[in-house]
Design a protein around this ligand. Structure first.
Ligand code: NAD
Length: 290
């Protein structure tokens, strides 16, 4: 396995912390540096042995790094890229590989276009299809990505060596790496990940906001708990996803709303055939994936 000398992880939360821990334990780099705006997260990452060195500034990390992983919330990607540019007025940034773990690839592309004027060939957009409703470095696990998909969305000008390096790092975490068109990624994830999160948030918020519903959480059964587990996810992350993948999320919400209206109408009309049709098709589709 080829290895990297110094990996810098920016944003030592669930994803950045898990990536640092996994790459470190796989021995895919000589040393892992970490940087986080939150000094407590930086200290905790160091204490947990997830990183070898906690950087006091992004400039310090940049000077040492060969590969930089951005694992900050989506809307923090642009300020971090801006700061990286400011720290590397000698042009050294162009010799590093940069990748990210953000949930919307269009948002990263837009941020990069605003900062660089074009997508740099050494910036490889990526997204691990793994995570949880927990956040912060305390929730990080070295095996988080084991046997999970990671989608990379390289553009035509993406440097082949940079792509190979990022792929190698994810594979060292035990992930299964797939390339996908950047826009297609956002459409797929809007439906499979973003929409279910927004439905869970909206369901819990709607029910919790009604004083007549005081008893619902007390008597919540397994189905409610399963469906709403992800409403315990980090509000900042999902705020950023809603804005960062705005267009694809709205399309997914519209498609879902249409389906919900059909269900509602079938209930109004006591239309057993339609209801059984919807439930049977959904049951059969659901049984085809684990
Ligand atoms: P998290 O809240 O656990 O961690 C984010 C970390 O980034 C925090 O420690 C925070 O202090 C730090 N941070 C914020 N702004 C910063 C800045 N400007 N500079 C340096 N550090 C900064 O979040 P997470 O769940 O690890 O998510 C990180 C990224 O991964 C997000 O872009 C998210 O969309 C993506 N992602 C999350 C999941 C998931 O399930 N949580 C899954 C896949 C991808």
């Amino acid at each position: 396995m080829k290895t990297v000398d110094t990996l810098l992880v920016v944003g030592l939360g669930l994803i950045g912390g898990s990536f640092a821990a996994a790459v470190k334990s796989a021995g895919a780099c000589r040393q892992v540096y970490g940087y986080d705006l939150d000094k407590a997260s930086l200290e905790e990452a160091k204490a947990l042995g997830i990183i070898d060195h906690g950087c006091q500034s992004l400039a310090e990390g940049l000077a040492a790094a060969d590969v930089i992983m951005l694992a900050v919330p989506m809307l923090a990607m642009k300020p971090v890229l801006e700061e990286l540019v400011q720290c590397s007025l000698d042009g050294s940034l162009g010799k590093k590989v940069i990748t990210d773990a953000g949930s919307s690839k269009r948002a990263l592309l837009d941020a990069a276009l605003e900062v660089f004027g074009e997508m740099p060939d050494y910036l490889v957009p990526g997204h691990p299809i793994a995570g949880s409703e927990k956040s912060g470095v305390g929730a990080a696990k070295a095996n988080l990505f084991q046997a999970h998909d990671v989608i990379l969305t390289p553009l035509e000008n993406t440097d082949a060596l940079a792509l190979e390096t990022v792929k190698m790092l994810w594979e060292s975490c035990g992930a299964v790496v797939t390339d996908m068109d950047l826009y297609h990624h956002d459409e797929v994830l809007a439906k499979t990940s973003h929409l279910p999160h927004f439905l869970a948030f909206s369901l819990v918020d709607t029910l919790a906001g009604n004083p007549d519903n005081q008893d619902i959480f007390r008597f919540a059964a397994g189905g409610f708990r399963d469906f709403t587990r992800i409403a315990g996810s980090d509000p900042i992350m999902w705020h950023d996803v809603a804005l960062g993948n705005n267009q694809a999320v709205l399309e997914a919400l519209d498609e879902f709303t249409e389906g919900l209206q059909v269900l509602r109408q079938a209930i109004i009309e006591k239309d057993s055939q339609s209801l059984l049709g919807i439930f049977s098709r959904a049951q059969s589709a659901r049984q085809h994936f684990s």
